[in-house]
Write a protein that binds this ligand. Structure first.
Ligand code: EPZ
Length: 419
């Protein structure tokens, strides 16, 4: 079993570069199935989700060449056949294959997705959109078949009563080559949605309004190849900014799009975090006193649910008592007992997280329960006195590329060990 071992309490300093956005690239790669030529992606992060997606693409018949952060994908050999169940089940974002296979073949047979344990993560809104576009949904064992019965998917007008990143992106992908126009109302507005729309438009799609709550897609017959730079990962950036404020003595976080983090930065300002926003970087100074603040997550541009856990260790350093409410995933609290094992005064009361600081943390054996909980435990381990051992680290490696190397370069005493 692999684990991360940290000897904490050391001040860190230097520079850390943010990689390409996981929540964009996990949609960009499946979307390339729609192209009738080679598509090249630059700025692809070195995360295990990308490894899994490349494996699935190759099993489906695509040719993939990887050179560092550049992926060259030739989708012309992709066949309309059932997706590999085992691989699909390990990756929640595999649902994007539904949209691209439907968009290209009018059919998709996939295993039902797995992913992080954030409570039930349904896909009913994805299916609602696909049915509205002419697909019928049937279940065969662990597989689900979406099929238009050989016709192309057709445009539709769909209103999502829950703001959903995945279903918004999946509908956009399925609609790119549909017959007619698709209008998505109450669409999610995350930057990753704009990134996927940018790729599709550069392949010849006609998508307007991505990033607003109404997206219009005029279906086209063919989509050609292109080259695309993945946007920086705003969640990785926020995770490192919070870590820099918690244990840093001057850390520059580079490859940051400030406009993707406005609600997060506003909260840090409210806490009294001293930092300087530069062109595409944020310099975080050594912090003095910080004020406890309450957090309430919301769809973009609100405070990201993915950042409430990575911010928690910094909150624990602040003076005062406050709450964290995740309105997107009320069950996203599995990191709380792990933090408490490190001596933190934090608990879950009626679906809300309540904490009081300041806290001096002590190293302990803890386990990552999902990706962002894992990131929070890494920062807590860097803050804590003594040795912290984190297990279930596969979650962390899914979304934080080269995290050990990046933290070692800042002076952290951190190792990934095999037992
Ligand atoms: C994306 O998940 C992200 N994952 C998540 O990041 C992120 O937490 C989430 O958006 C919210 O911002 C990827 O992009 C791969 P949703 P997604 O559809 O698309 C409900 C991380 O840490 N819902 O926006 O699956 C759902 O239960 C991960 O990087 C339905 O009810 O999230 C949730 O309460 C974790 N039916 C809400 O909508 C559906 O069909 C928002 O989910 C779909 C979603």
């Amino acid at each position: 079993m692999r684990k991360i071992v940290i000897n904490g309490g050391k001040p860190l300093s230097g520079q850390v570069a943010v990689s390409g956005a996981k929540n964009s690239v996990v949609a960009l790669i499946p979307a390339i199935i729609l192209a009738d030529d080679i598509v090249t992606l630059d700025g692809v992060p070195a995360i295990s989700d990308v490894d899994s997606l490349i494996e699935i693409m190759e099993i489906m018949g695509a040719k993939v060449k990887r050179d560092g952060e550049t992926l060259e994908i030739d989708p012309r050999g992709v066949e309309n056949k059932p997706m590999p169940y085992g691989k699909i089940n390990s990756l929640r974002a595999s649902y994007y294959f539904y949209g691209s296979l439907l968009g290209r073949f009018g059919e998709a047979v996939v295993g039902l997705p797995g992913g992080c344990d954030l409570g039930p993560r349904p896909i009913d809104l994805h299916l609602k959109a696909f049915e509205a576009m002419g697909a019928k949904v049937s279940y065969e064992g662990d597989n689900m078949r979406l099929s238009t019965g050989g016709k192309a998917v057709h445009g539709t007008q769909i209103f999502f009563d829950t703001v959903t990143v995945g279903a918004t992106i999946n509908t956009m992908i399925a609609a790119a080559k549909a017959e007619g126009r698709t209008i998505i109302e109450n669409a999610a507005r995350e930057p990753e949605i704009i990134d996927v729309a940018t790729l599709l438009n550069n392949m010849g799609a006609h998508i307007r309004g991505a990033g607003t709550d109404i997206i219009t897609i005029e279906g086209v017959k063919t989509l050609h190849g292109t080259r695309h730079q993945v946007i920086p990962d705003r969640i990785e950036a926020g995770s490192y900014i919070a870590m820099a404020a918690a244990v840093g003595e001057g850390i520059k976080v580079t490859n940051v799009l400030y406009e993707h983090l406005e609600s997060f930065i506003a909260k840090l300002d409210e806490m009294g975090v001293r930092m300087t926003v530069e062109e595409d970087a944020i310099f975080v100074e050594k912090q003095e006193k910080l004020k406890a603040v309450s957090i309430k997550t919301a769809p973009y541009p609100g405070f990201a649910t993915d950042l409430q856990q990575p911010l928690t260790p910094l909150l624990l350093k602040a003076e005062g008592r406050a709450t964290i409410t995740d309105t997107i995933y009320e069950k996203r609290v599995n990191h709380v007992p792990e933090m408490a094992r490190m001596g933190a005064n934090i608990s879950t009361v009626g679906g809300r997280i309540v904490y009081e600081g300041p806290n001096d943390l002590t190293g302990a054996p803890v386990k990552a329960t999902d990706l962002r909980a894992g990131a929070a435990l890494v920062t807590a381990g860097l803050m804590a006195k003594g040795r912290t051992e984190i297990t279930n680290i596969e979650f962390i490696l899914r979304g934080y590329s080269n995290i050990i190397e990046k933290l070692k370069a800042l002076g952290a005493d951190i190792e990934l060990i095999e037992e």
